[in-house]
Design a protein around this ligand. Structure first.
Ligand code: AP5
Length: 214
């Protein structure tokens, strides 16, 4: 199964991708996670990407496409994958089509959610420094304050989860990514998911879509 999760920041793509990856035993490929790791590891890619990410702007297509091509060529992606946060521009979508060839993508799940919900979720998100697990101070708080339930590492707030940067990320989504809804609709690949649903309800809705498409 080759899936794309599309939707604005905070729509719940990453949260669902983690669960779906376990349920369907295919890798979760998040360009945001790969880029954040490159920044932490101070690689040349990270050094170039950091300024864009801190402002909530998109990292240039060429850099992102090269990175995704390398990731898709690794063995575990041969049996399928879940792309989270990629593609984000028409050039990236066309680049992906060229990499995948005739088989292409199976389905694109478009998470539909309002700006208010996105802002409320992202401003209270906390992420684990060790295993990158996501929490939300109100909706999904850790059992112990600031400590990851899964690995015991410290939780932090992403640099781009400030109100100012969140608002810019939402603008960037509207201006550069939203047109992909029509791009995949025209290909007959798009399915809509109500991103405002609670996590397990959204997961059930997605599983129904995936089962029905088989
Ligand atoms: P990226 O990491 O991809 O961020 P994003 O797209 O802005 O998405 P988020 O991770 O913010 O949101 P999400 O939908 O995954 O929500 P989540 O599940 O975490 O990208 C970051 C940056 O990297 C970009 O700005 C750009 O600079 C660069 N970049 C990445 N990919 C790129 C590309 N392809 N091209 C160019 N640049 C790129 O949930 C959010 C919060 O809500 C969490 O706290 C969670 O616990 C909570 N939550 C989730 N679901 C629910 C629910 N159903 N109910 C209640 N709370 C929920």
């Amino acid at each position: 199964m080759r899936l794309i999760l599309l939707g604005p920041p905070g729509a719940g793509k990453g949260t669902q991708a983690v669960v779906l990856s376990q349920q369907y035993k295919i890798p979760h490929i998040s360009t945001g996670d790969i880029l954040r790791k490159a920044v932490t590891d101070k690689t040349p890619l990270g050094a170039e990407a950091k300024a864009y990410m801190d402002k909530g702007e998109l990292v240039p297509d060429g850099l992102v496409l090269k990175m995704v091509k390398e990731r898709l060529n690794s063995g575990d992606a041969k049996k399928g994958f879940i792309l989270d946060g990629f593609p984000r521009t028409k050039a990236q979508a066309q680049g992906l089509d060229a990499v995948l060839g005739e088989e292409g993508i199976d389905l694109v799940l478009n998470f539909d959610t309002s700006e208010d919900v996105s802002v409320a979720r992202l401003s209270l998100r906390r992420v684990c420094k060790g295993c990158s697990a996501n929490y939300h101070l109100k909706n999904m708080p850790p059992k112990k304050e600031s400590i990851c339930d899964k690995c015991g590492s410290e939780l932090y707030q992403r640099r781009d989860d400030t109100i100012e940067v969140i608002k810019n990320r939402l603008k960037v989504y509207e201006a550069q990514t939203k047109e992909l809804i029509d791009y995949y609709k025209l290909k007959g690949k798009l399915r809509s998911v109500n991103g405002d649903l609670e996590v397990s309800e959204a997961n059930q809705a997605i599983r129904k879509i995936l089962d029905d498409s088989n």
